[in-house]
Design a protein around this ligand. Structure first.
Ligand code: DX5
Ligand code: ZN
Length: 219
């Protein structure tokens, strides 16, 4: 079974409580944190995550697109994040930060930009819960899926399957009902999706459709 993680970035920011009430059938709420430095856009921080926490039972999946993520891990854990994902490109010390995320009681994720290779992941797999492959360049919702990422997903699937570790492969950016089948066939297990879910008149129908496509690909 896949896990569906609608990205709050595509929600109506003036009505966030109502927006998260539209996706109760999802598995996770994907929270895109941007600092205007690591990526050329700004969104929100731990204060907003903390304010939303009492209004949702979904797994809070916090995606940190920020420089110096190590300086704010405590705040994002205390705000109610269940998963904290940092970018490989944002730190010299991904291994150390992954340990700190685990010590804070959260699951740890590592995200890779489209141009970042898979070398060196073997040494991080024992401690990672999730690897988030960016399938667009981070910073904005509503972009086109980059087709070359299908091969990257498949290569990562092989690396994980050849290891004794259970690590989710999340994909993030440009996912919709048209390309989801290929993405799942390549090996993704967590589907982050913003505009295709929140932009629909019935987000739960899109989530249901994603699950149907996934069960078609797996059987
Ligand atoms: C992009 C974000 C994504 C984005 C996905 O930097 O990390 O989570 O919101 O949105 P869509 O599905 O619209 O590409
Ligand atoms: Zn994201």
């Amino acid at each position: 079974m896949i896990k569906v993680a609608p990205s709050l970035l595509a929600a109506d920011f003036a009505r966030l409580r109502e927006e998260i009430a539209r996706i109760t059938s999802a598995d996770m709420l994907h929270l895109d944190v941007m600092d205007g430095h690591f990526v050329p856009n700004l969104t929100f921080g731990p204060g907003l995550i903390k304010a939303l926490r009492p209004h949702s039972e979904l797994v809070f999946d916090t995606h940190l697109m920020i420089s110096n993520p190590g300086e704010l891990l405590e705040e994002f854990a205390a705000a109610g994040s269940d998963i904290i994902t940092i970018h490989e490109e944002s730190t010299f010390h991904s291994h150390r930060l992954i340990q700190r995320i685990k010590d804070l009681g959260c699951q740890a994720g590592l995200s890779l930009n489209p141009g970042t290779g898979l070398d060196g992941l073997d040494y991080l797999l024992p401690d990672l819960d999730l690897i988030l492959l960016m399938t667009v360049n981070p910073g904005f919702g509503g972009q086109e899926f980059i087709p070359a990422m299908l091969d990257k997903i498949a290569r990562l699937r092989k690396i994980i399957d050849a290891s004794p570790h259970q690590v989710e492969i999340a994909v993030d950016g440009g996912i919709n009902t048209e390309n989801l089948g290929e993405v799942i066939k390549a090996g993704a297990t967590v589907i982050v999706s913003g505009s295709a879910v929140f932009g629909a008149s019935s987000p739960c129908e899109v989530i249901e459709r994603y699950r149907e496509i996934a069960s078609g690909e797996r059987c």
